[in-house]
Each structure stands twice: as C-alpha cells, then as structure tokens.
Design a protein around this ligand. Sequence first.
Ligand code: B12
Ligand code: SF4
Length: 452
Amino acid sequence: MNNKILLINPPMTYLTSVEPIRLAQPMGICYIAGVLERAGYDIKLLDAHAEGYYGRQKLGDRTQVGLSEKEIRDKIMDFNPAIVGVSSMFTDQYHNAKMVCKAAKEANPEIITCMGGVHPTLVPEEVLKDPNVNYILRSEAEYSFLDFCDWQIKEKNISPEKIDGLNLNPKEQWIKNLDDLPFPARHLLPLQKYFEAGKAYREPSKREPAFPIITSRCCPASCRFCATHLMQGYYRERSVDNVIAEMEYLIDNYGMKEIYFLDDALAHGNFRQILKKMIEKKFDVVWHGANGIAVYSMDDEIIELFAKSGCYKVLLAIESGVQETLAYMRKPVRLEKVRAVVEKIKSYGMKTESLFMIGLPCETKESMQNTVKFAESLNLDYATFPIATPFPGTDLYKDCLEKGYLVKDYKYENLKFGIGNIQTEEWGPEFVENLRKEAWLRINKIDSANLD
Ligand code: B12
Ligand code: SF4
C-alpha cells in the first residue's frame, strides 16, 4: 500500500439567495495534516469548497458551491491515495460528505475512506451504515488518525479496538498539551482563494491576508444547544509563547495582517496575556473573534486590551434578553452586566455585534419578543437572531425529543439557523422564522437577501 493520504473538505450547499459565500480555512484537517506530515506521510489537502468556489450548481432553492462530484473524483484518481479522509463539520452539509466518500470509492474501490468531524461524532451508527464509509473517527482526531494510518498503511501492530474513537470505540484521549501539535499545515491550502473571498464577503475582512488562529479548545461552560464538549472534551489552552510563535510565523511567512480567532470561549483563560504580548511586540495586525466572545469573561481591563491590540469588532454571545432563558440554555451570562460591556466596547470605537438565539423549548412568544426588544435597546452595530437548532447529540435535541417538540419533517438538511425545527404548544417554525426576519431587518436596516 502506498503512503499517500488525501484529506477532503467537501463542497457546501446554501440557500440560493445567499451571496457572497463565506470561505473559511478548514483548520481541523490542517491540524491533522500537520501531524501526518511530521510522521513522514505523503499528505495532500483538497478543499473542494474553496477550490471550486466560483462553481455554482443550482439544485432547486439551494445552490452547491465547490467542485463537482466528477471534479473531485478526477482529483482523487490523479493522486490515487491509499486513504481518503473526509471532513463532515456541519450536519446540514452531511450529504456533501457522503458524496465525497462515494466519489472516492468510484475513483478506486480499494481506497479506504474515513469520515471525521462533527456529524459522524454526533450520529456514528447512522454514518457507519453508508457502504462508502469504511471507518469513522470521532471528535478531536490528530493522534487517532495517525494511529489509524499507522495501522492501515504501515501495518504497525496496533489493535483497532485500541484506536481512540474509531467507529464505536470509546473516545477517551484528549490532547493534554496542545503545544505539542505542529502548526496547522496551511501551506497545503489554496490560500489566495480565502484572501480573495475574505475581501468580497458581506462582512469583509478589514485587511488581507487574514488567517484563523485557535488559542484554546472547548469551553468551560456547557450550553444545552452546543456540541463542543462532544467534539473537544474539556477546556484546554495553548501557552502564550506557542500562540505568539504561530502569529510570528504567519507574519514572517505570509505577511499576515488580520487574525480571526476561532476559539469557542475567546476572552477566557490566558487570552489577556496573549493580547498583552501582541501589544508588547507591536504586531501590525487587526483582529476579531469569529465565534462569539464569552461575555462572562469580559471586564474593563480585557476590553482595553482588545482595543490596544487591534480588535476592531466584537461579536458578543449574549444569546438572550431574558435571564430565565439564559438559565435554561445553561449560558453563564448575567444580563445586568451586558449593557456596561457594550458601552465600554463602543467607547473604544470598536464595533459591537451580538448573537441572540430565539425559539428554545422553554420560550413563549412574549419571551422571544423581549429578547428582540433587549437587543434593540443595546444599539448594537449588528445583531443576528439564530433560531435554536436541535443538532443531534445535544441536550437541546434530547429535550425536544422528550417533549415531542421536534417538527414532523425533521431532516438534517434543514438544520440551519434560519429554519425552525421546533414546534411547541404555543408557537412553531413560522412564528420564529418571521420574528427573526423582522427583527433582523428592523435592527440592522439592511437587505434580507443574505438572511441564510
Ligand atoms: C470555528 C468554527 C466555525 C468557523 C469555521 C468553520 C470551518 N469551516 O472550519 C466559522 C465561523 C466559519 C463557522 C461557521 C459556522 N458554524 Co461553526 N464552528 C466552529 C467551531 C467553534 C470550531 C471548529 C474548529 O475549527 N475547531 C478546531 C479544529 C482543530 O477542530 P475541528 O474543526 O473540530 O477538527 C477536529 C475534529 O472535528 C476532527 N476532524 C475534522 N475533520 C476531520 C476529517 C477526518 C478525516 C477526521 C478523521 C477527523 C476530522 O479532527 C479535527 C482535529 O482534531 C465549532 C465548535 C466546536 N468546538 O467544534 C463550530 C461548529 C462546527 N459550527 C457549527 C455551526 C452550526 C456553524 C454555522 C452553520 C453557523 C452559522 N449559521 O453561521 C456556520 C456555517 C459554516 C459555513 N457556512 O462555513 C456547529 C455545527 C453543528 C452541527 N452539528 O452541524 C458547531 C459544532 C458549533 C455548535 N453549534 O455546536 N464555524
Ligand atoms: S459558551 Fe459557547 S462554546 Fe461554550 S458551551 Fe456555550 S455555546 Fe458552547
């Protein structure tokens, strides 16, 4: 067996009205590739979403963005790897990951396919039913994928039952020291594509080249709707020096001008030490957090550090304007603190944005309207109202199932924050979808075409 491995990020499907499309460097497969490269494997990445970014294939009210099935198959045939690893990060995009596994088997039935990422972690049994998927690896997989390749390719004496999170094996080993990981293998990505798309996105990057950086994994909180603990186990952070070394590497080698941090719980832990070092080193970069910043970790000192280190917009994860709803979510946000945090951020001239989730099973029409009123009263630069989405494997999903609140036609393809999937005695998808649209338009005063 040859020692070639191809890791693929599949194309993505969007509602046709959504343009421009966000393009994110797929950090999961970059981290895995870094570890495999260090171990001497011949590894390639195919980001089929980025490589075919300008390819648009209409499918009813949806559009597929990325390389076509044939183009993917041809690329697999050209490289002819022993193993194709497919990343399935979003449940609503699972059909695309399935398509890539099929393309791999059609390219060469001898190829071993292995799927990883969020969806196979949440519903492993179901994914394993697919005849084109030989294996899955659940959750964080840098070292388990290395064991898997050593077993399959180097035929090392590793018992498959011992490979952490392989198929239905228990997932028990989390990377204790994140500094041991090589930096993500970004050199295997078509970087120019992300820089071009970053400038054209509806919330464009301020300066390019922009790069994602992850300083920590998982989160100290455990919100009912979130899958992070299933993916990343428990909260861990990289050392300040290791993060700063990655920043210096990106500045020296790629002229990085902007960072978008992908941490789940940004502002927690040693993040303020990282900011102090960025200021001390006078890095010529601007930054923002792409995933919603932990409001509960914000205080005057860190907000000042944000401003001085180049932050230009702060996406807060306030999530609700109703304290009881926050309690149901298990979201550690105290509303009485929020207004002062928002005002302080504004005082430094940084943009304020927030996420507010509506449509949780504990809610009434009135409580959702109160969240919208609260959001409006904060005078944010931008507010979004994702609809609570019961992703399989989460406690939110279990709660909806117990209460009989999942809509009758619950389907993975519909698990988007713009589509309601919960029906209570008082309200259903139509109410939340309309409220979201109305609130979004009124507060942000912009066109609705991009409302995904
Ligand atoms: C960063 C992030 C983003 C980024 C970048 C995503 C990207 N393309 O990489 C941005 C901000 C763009 C984003 C957007 C969205 N996101 Co997001 N995002 C995350 C987040 C916080 C971290 C992902 C990450 O980079 N982790 C760090 C890297 C190192 O880990 P990783 O990617 O998980 O990869 C590891 C494993 O998954 C596995 N793995 C991954 N691929 C493969 C492949 C193989 C072969 C193997 C073996 C293993 C493997 O090994 C990797 C290394 O350990 C997760 C939450 C979480 N903690 O998982 C949510 C998460 C993935 N996002 C989620 C969602 C819903 C979204 C959005 C749909 C939200 C929205 N409506 O805007 C969008 C849609 C994305 C899009 N259109 O591009 C959900 C997905 C839930 C689900 N079941 O579908 C998550 C789980 C958060 C949640 N709500 O629980 N997201
Ligand atoms: S604070 Fe954010 S990342 Fe942490 S558990 Fe809640 S939703 Fe998930």
